[in-house]
Design a protein around this ligand. Sequence first.
Ligand code: SAM
Ligand code: DTB
Ligand code: SF4
Length: 336
Amino acid sequence: MTDIRHDWSRADIGALFDLPFNDLIHRAQTIHRRYFDPNAVQVSTLLSIKTGACPEDCGYCPQSARHDTELKHEPLMALEAVVTAARAARDAGASRFCMGAAWRNPREKDFVHVLDMVREVKALGLETCVTLGMLHGDQPERLKSAGLDYYNHNLDTSPEYYGQVITTRTYQDRLDTLEQVRSAGVNVCSGGIVGMGEAREDRVGLLQALANLPEHPQSVPINYLVQVAGTPLAGTAGLDPFEFVRTIAVARVVMPASVVRLSAGREGMDDALQALCFLAGANSIFYGDKLLTTDNPAAERDRALFGRLGLTPAEPEQRSAGVGTADRAAPVAANG
Ligand code: SAM
Ligand code: DTB
Ligand code: SF4
């Protein structure tokens, strides 16, 4: 029987969340070892190529024009500056470079510049990822032709809780964007945010929506809300850290061959909590002092953490064995 399923019920996923913590971690770690080298972690670096003044109203986001945050707005970056940042990320040890823009969707005159960025970053030998909001027409195919490896577009939360957080685009809009990206043959990076005041049932609903997509996203970022003053979600009650670890573990169980990224929120986590997340099946991080606009742990701290835990940056070959073929990957032999 294959572990790769697309028929997860809420009850199935809820039952995983309800397991005793040790049983859940054991199950997640066992599955993780069937599909991945347990000591390899994929390393991506983010860059905000267009910052702030976004017309959308996402309640968590410091870049929405509707929230009064202290963020400085920046227009689309020049190509050379993006290439310089990508080269620095590569030289610091990242294997993927993710470019994010605070847009509802890219306008054509900006989009052609993003295509150039993808081409040039790819030419540095890096994997490429962009997150630009909704796409139209042949934009997904043009990104693919330019050398795009991944498109990030998150479902963010359950269909039921979604309307509490975002009103300017629908859950269906997001599913449609994922479909367009998938059809163009670009790997999908899609996950969500926890700690937004949602119930466990919403974390169950998010993971169900992701795991029951026609193909599992090749990459699944699990973000812990970074609370930014001036956003509607600032001041939300914190989540029990073990519930965050459970969310990672359940993501690993329901999407066994997908790379699960321990994403935003690491700056507020101690090393022991991050180690638990890796044990629960997280095998990717954002690396570098900044996420898009907020702080991420310093690169030296992450290098020290990898050293202490015996983790190594995933080789491109290892990643391609699992990534890009999430629904087709054969399990690898258990490794220790
Ligand atoms: N504007 C595009 C979009 O929303 O599709 C791309 C950039 S947007 C910043 C990318 C993702 O970052 C969001 O979908 C959300 O999941 C995540 N994000 C934004 N602000 C966050 C925060 N404060 N904490 C955690 N994750 C956040
Ligand atoms: C994702 O899931 N998390 C990243 C990336 N995809 C684009 C973004 C996190 C943003 C955190 C808030 C900020 O730095 O602005
Ligand atoms: Fe805009 Fe993306 Fe932020 Fe939403 S998450 S406000 S779409 S930048």
